[in-house]
Design a protein around this ligand. Structure first.
Ligand code: ADP
Ligand code: MG
Length: 235
């Protein structure tokens, strides 16, 4: 589905939260790299899509009502064959039905399993004074516990992005540590600048989260994405 249709659909349904699949579709259309992700409405579809995308595969619950997918038992990583995919589909559905009996579930998203990389996060929030502000940080406990993040007011240029990335205390971790491959800093700079353009082109977006983005030695790709829209005035 095209970005325009996705946004119209959400508006029609009076929904401010886009699903991961919809969010990634919007980003992909804007030239932001995201891991290949498809919607499966049935177990059978999940199996055939996983064969098409290639193992190992990832299954996640697809629902606009569920914000934290792994906390709800809605994420299964590293599935290596059709039996595992079938079982994971049933387990995800069971877990969601038990924990969120009222959630509207579209099915599951079937996605390529990304190679491990350095996990970073990119976010956007709107500040009452400054308008849209981008956030950059390293994924996991560095952000959650240490709040090691940097900010940049949109528009964030390539040059601004350079500063944002070097500003975080964890910056040396991006340069490679303990045998881990370094992350490609120019890819991350490009990504931040692209996300800034995306935000400028979509004033109806209230919040954006790419969490995590996997950074590699020559590229970067978002494996999870969440878009929240402004509540539309006319309802
Ligand atoms: P949540 O809604 O809980 O944030 P995520 O989609 O971020 O769910 O998935 C949880 C974690 O699983 C991520 O932080 C990431 O480490 C891992 N993960 C998610 N999708 C993929 C993928 N396609 N390939 C590899 N790892 C993934
Ligand atoms: Mg996430």
């Amino acid at each position: 589905m095209l970005s325009k249709q996705i946004l119209e659909q959400a508006k029609k349904e009076n929904r401010t939260q886009l699903t991961e699949i919809e969010s990634k579709e919007l980003l992909k259309e804007a030239g932001i790299p995201v891991i290949e992700t498809k919607l499966a409405r049935t177990k059978k579809e999940a199996i055939s899509l996983s064969k098409r995308l290639g193992f190992p595969i990832v299954l996640k619950v697809a629902s606009a009502d569920i914000i934290h997918k792994s906390d709800s038992g809605g994420v299964r990583l590293g599935l290596t064959n059709v039996t595992q995919v079938g079982n994971a589909y049933s387990e995800i559905m069971l877990s969601i039905r038990q924990r969120f009996p009222k959630a509207r579930v579209q099915g599951v998203s079937v996605q390529e399993m990304a190679h491990p990389g350095v996990e970073v996060i990119i976010g956007m929030n709107k500040d009452a004074q400054f308008g849209p502000v981008l956030m950059f940080g390293l994924g996991g406990i560095l952000v959650e516990v240490l709040k090691d993040v940097s900010f940049g007011i949109v528009p964030v240029t390539r040059k601004d992005a350079e500063g944002m990335i070097r500003e975080i205390k964890g910056y040396p971790l991006l340069q490679g540590y303990r045998g881990q491959e370094p992350a490609d800093i120019p890819s991350l700079e490009r990504l931040l600048a692209k996300v800034s353009e995306f935000v400028e082109q979509h004033p109806q977006i209230k919040e954006l989260d790419l969490n995590p983005v996997f950074a590699y030695k020559d590229s970067a790709v978002a494996v999870d994405a969440r878009v929240i829209l402004e509540a539309s005035a006319e309802g």
